[in-house]
Write a protein that binds this ligand. Structure first.
Ligand SMILES: [Zn+2]
Ligand SMILES: [Zn+2]
Length: 93
């Protein structure tokens, strides 16, 4: 499944196009599969993915910002908040 959140292959945060990595917004064993199935993933450069202090895998705020955005997309396009909680375990909004 391709991303439903962006059309262009560029870092979702800084829009650079080098060193891109696939990031599943809800990660962990089962959530990663569900993110894949729903297309709830984005491209991130190495810095915004893992390497810099505000990378999504290092910084809770950066992580939450993407999760809130993805849940909002879900509620507008896929299903209800209740369904989201059943699928991903909790609400971030
Ligand atoms: Zn970036
Ligand atoms: Zn990731």
């Amino acid at each position: 499944m391709k991303s439903v959140l962006q059309d262009t292959k560029e870092c979702y945060i800084c829009r650079c196009t080098s060193c891109l990595e696939d990031h599943h917004i809800f990660f962990g064993t089962s959530n990663r599969k569900r993110s894949e199935k729903r297309g709830l993933k984005v491209w991130l450069c190495g810095n915004h993915h893992r390497n810099s202090p505000d990378a999504v895998h290092k910084n809770r705020q950066s992580d939450l910002r993407l999760k809130e955005m993805a849940q909002a997309y879900y509620e507008q396009n896929i299903g209800t908040r209740q369904q989201f909680i059943i699928e991903f375990g909790k609400s971030y909004l």
